[in-house]
Design a protein around this ligand. Sequence first.
Ligand code: SF4
Length: 357
Amino acid sequence: MTRQVKVKDVIIGGGAPVPVQSMLNVPTSDASSALRQIVKLEKAGCDLVRLTVNDKEAAAALPEIVEKSHVPLIADIHFDYRLALAALEAGIAKLRINPGNIGDPKRTSMVAEAAGKKGIPIRIGVNSGSLREDVKKKILSGKLSLGEAMGRHALTETRQLEKCGFRDIVLSVKSSSVPETVRAYEFLHDNCDYPLHIGITEAGTVEDALLKSGAGLGHLLLKGIGDTIRISITGPVEKEAEAGRKLLQFLGLRPYGPEVISCPTCGRTQVPLEKTAEKVRSALKADKELRSFPCKVAVMGCVVNGPGEASAADAGLAGGKGYFLLFAKGESVRRVSPENAVGELLEELRLIKKRKC
Ligand code: SF4
């Protein structure tokens, strides 16, 4: 069990529900754009939002952003401790720094002391690129694995904060390699009790990023490792939040809303299944009553095997010749026309929801 830290009303660690994070990709100095993106992320289900504080202009925009954001914000700081102090002054809920690149340990102490007074946690975020040159040489010569090197480096950085009596720490050790990142987090899991922010960095555009993050984070989370997640994607930020929520739901860790399952189709398929599944997915996403109802909804290609194969689903559609069969928990409910199939499925789900509540 890891220690717990509080980021405003969001708890990280100690068995708390795993929060989903993402990061803004607009300049923080442009407060209106930053706030617009925060709202998008909030709607996509993001629990925590990080933003860069990379210059004085960004720091100057922070008070307005902090005041107007409903989601707790995390300031990402590199090199300049004064920006970390300014972010704390602006009311930021968490900091991400690397003591190693802040320089003089006295500066790190000043940040730790100011954060400690306000009860603000600090994430130490180590990436494969932030390792020392001598460590990189050891990795190249095969004397040390990248994963272990990142884990060890994170613990060394942690000591700097511990020396100041600061323990509200979250750790991350990310690389673009799934096996090395997994190794790094397993190392930390075995060697400290700090909560872990897990993610694969530089994971690529949507398809690759989802596969890499699903593989790496899925493996770790199923082993009970990981207290908050970010799925890094080169693409729209809200996709990161949506993917994070879905991953947690698929792993059975945090229910969010309907999960649509559909068969891979085969020679028995009687209907345009991909289109139908997409229609069901969009209709559920747009439905205010059902979009947060944690249930399993199936869209299957044939009536012969569909209802049975998807008997775990709360409700579903199976394609017949010129009709759909509406079914619930594997049992037939009634035949519906292709035009009304999605609407009837949603109505059935409303009834199921009423019965469950
Ligand atoms: S449910 Fe029917 S159509 Fe879909 S894969 Fe199974 S047998 Fe094929």
